[in-house]
Ligand binder design. Sequence first.
Ligand code: 3PG
Length: 378
Amino acid sequence: MNLRRLADAEVAGKRVLLRTSLNVPLRADGTVADDFRLRRGLPTLEHLVRQGAKVIAVGYLGREGASLKPVADHLARLAPRIPLRFFGESPARAAEHTASLASGEVAVLENIRREAGEEANDPALAEVLASLADLFVDDAFAEAHRPYASNVGVAQLLPSYAGLLLEEEVARLSEALTPPPGAFAVVGGAKFETKQPVLRKLSTLYGRVAVGGALANDFLKARGLSVGASLVSDIPVPDDLAKSACLLLPTDVVVSSSRGGKRICRVDEIRSDETIVDNGPETSRAWSEEISKSSFVLWNGPLGVFEKDFTEGTDALASALSAASCRAAVGGGDTLAAIEKFSFEGDRVFRSTGGGAMLDFLAEGTLPALEPLRMPPL
Ligand code: 3PG
């Protein structure tokens, strides 16, 4: 995918609207719990500042319109040499402040999801955003699956470029869409209804696709097994997908019982009051073995109920990936948290900032916010 690159943009002295991912988890006290996305966005911010751009950073946080102030404060601490101010203003009211920005200064605007027109990609909001800047840089891969005014809308109105992180995400995940023979994909987490497209796509590209987490419950059920009281999706797995030859499902699982206690059992031995909470040790061994002989690994989604601390299956796979030597692309918050415990040499294992965006990119080969950044065909 050929995107217009930030490296080719003349930004010195220009007002640059930077769409960056500020959508990070917060602790109960409102401070940033995980700054991975912020750190991954720093190279673009630093490039713009070094080149003397006047940067107006735009992003959103959560779905309830929370203030971006703690995120902007955290960003300022991560980049202490960058003169960064939080304006806390709507774009319409920001113009008077942003006009006075000096070259190399950064202004962070308030949560753009507070604006009624953001999610509707309202042209009026896109116009207001465009009026703040001379050019637009989109670095927010994690939100590129959302066709909003602050990415798709404004990119159609200003000269627009892909930021350094966005460019890297697209390059590394494009690699995952052209896997070498002997590649292995692992998809976990829940919600078969949203993951069906990516599972279909991966089953055409990868020789082996392991399905874990709550997703596996749907596949086990589709194969006629009882999954007891386990979480299942509202829609059934179509027969052709459930029987796909490339699929690997857990052969043993950890189950917890409504009467208390947990045990390890084979997938055909689950009782009606039991819930699948993790991969069993035999499955972990088998999938780790697959990783050790893979030419490339793609992995998104945890293999157990992370929020209840069933992390052993996920941790086992992360450990296998750290012991392997193949290239890999990994995404999803819980999956990244699991691999965070291991170190990986060089750029062998790419950690995507995208959760939903990563899955949609893999399913579709593009995302709404990437389209306006494409170079015209020669
Ligand atoms: C994410 O966290 O996956 C993205 O930032 C998108 O967040 P959203 O689902 O709230 O749009």
